[in-house]
Write a protein that binds this ligand. Structure first.
Ligand SMILES: Nc1ncnc2c1ncn2[C@@H]1O[C@H](COP(=O)(O)OP(=O)(O)OP(=O)(O)O)[C@@H](O)[C@H]1O
Length: 343
């Protein structure tokens, strides 16, 4: 096993989350929404894996099923050596204290009638961690760690700004000293000016506490700022997975290139766009996904075979995986399809 593998905290293997929709009738099968359809990845301890993709690609469902908040209908999710899908009752409760989630909307995730200090203390009470005095000390330490003042423990959520409310959520998520923190679009509801502060806070807390993040986002600029590795999802599947540097230097899947071409980059003192691909049309339905590559219907370089057969996720460079039959490897270097190369 390589050092990368031995240091893995979260392992997701062929995860499927299928939701039944409607009822079966005469000659008609019940419909199934394949929100997540065979997703595999690993997250190393102390690092951040960003999961990116358009709305509806299955990012949040992946995050929720890792937390056991959405049903795991196939495959495995392991935290360290613990198979989360197999746990129930007290064992699941204990495993849950090892992972926490921070949601997008910092207001609706707080109880408007609960003071900030009590909100941060609540997970400790729920998990029966520490004496009352130890809980007080822990809440005080967490308030300081996220940049809130001690007296702000007495305030209610509406007395805070959006950024401060997300700080409360972060403090609450860290209360049980989790190993894994799932961040589901944690800054997208915040003012642009506040986003960098919260991202910097998350980065500092990760360094100081050795946290592991599964970071869900549709914003490539945020992802580039924070992550170590990237996984790109399209219609319930991962189409590309790579270390950040390798991905941002050269995204290979046509869908990744399209996502990146929406992000302006600064090069040579001038703003310029990456290779341009304009996405047109909508993704197919997750109820009856097409048999071949799920992106083929929108892909500018698709050929007939792309629509017939689902390509496997292939390793085309160290730790750089891509699910596209049009990407080839020439003299050891992965090459995107010709039309996607920069002019
Ligand atoms: N409980 C559910 N029942 C049925 N379908 C669901 C359920 N939850 C999610 N879906 C469907 O699964 C697909 C993936 O949704 P998901 O919210 O995971 O995507 P996402 O990439 O996180 O999008 P967004 O960024 O908009 O949250 C969508 O088609 C969605 O409608």
């Amino acid at each position: 096993m390589s050092a990368r593998e031995t240091d893995t905290l979260l392992t997701v293997n062929d995860l499927k989350v299928h939701f039944p929709r409607g009822k079966a009738g005469w000659g008609r099968k019940a419909e199934v929404v394949k929100a997540v359809d065979g997703v595999s990845f690993q997250v190393r301890r102390g690092t951040t894996l960003a999961v990116v993709g358009e709305s509806g690609s299955g990012k949040t469902t992946t995050a929720l099923s890792v937390m056991r908040l959405a049903p795991i209908t196939g495959g495995h999710v392991r935290l360290g050596d613990t198979d989360l899908g197999a746990l129930e009752g007290e064992a699941l409760r204990r495993a849950r204290s090892r992972m926490q989630i921070i949601f997008q909307d910092p207001f609706s995730s707080l109880n408007p009638r609960e003071r900030a200090g009590a909100a941060v203390r609540a997970p400790l009470e729920l998990m029966k961690i520490g004496t009352p005095a130890e809980r007080e000390a822990r809440v005080a330490e967490l308030f300081e760690a996220v940049g809130l003042r001690p007296e702000q423990q007495q305030l209610f959520p509406h007395q805070f700004s959006g950024g401060q409310r997300q700080r409360i959520n972060i403090a609450r998520a860290l209360a049980t000293n989790p190993e894994l923190v799932v961040c589901d679009e944690p800054v997208s509801a915040l003012d642009i000016a506040i986003r960098a502060q919260i991202l910097n806070l998350l980065a500092r807390l990760q360094r100081e506490r050795g946290l592991t993040y599964l970071f869900i986002s549709h914003d490539m600029a945020v992802v580039e700022h924070l992550c170590d590795d990237v996984a790109v999802m399209y219609l319930g599947q991962i189409v590309e997975r790579a270390p950040r540097r390798s991905f941002f230097a050269r995204p290979l899947h046509p869908y990744s290139v399209a996502l990146m071409s929406a992000v302006p980059t600064v090069a040579g003192g001038r703003r310029r766009a990456a290779n341009r691909i304009k996405l047109t049309g909508d993704p197919p339905s997750p109820i009856d996904p097409p048999p071949g590559c799920r992106f083929a219907g929108r892909c500018p370089v698709a050929e007939p075979a792309c629509k017939a057969e689902l390509p496997p996720l292939r390793e085309v460079a160290p730790d750089h995986w891509v699910r596209c039959r049009r990407v080839d490897v020439f003299e050891g270097q992965p090459r995107p399809p010709l039309r996607l190369q920069p002019a």
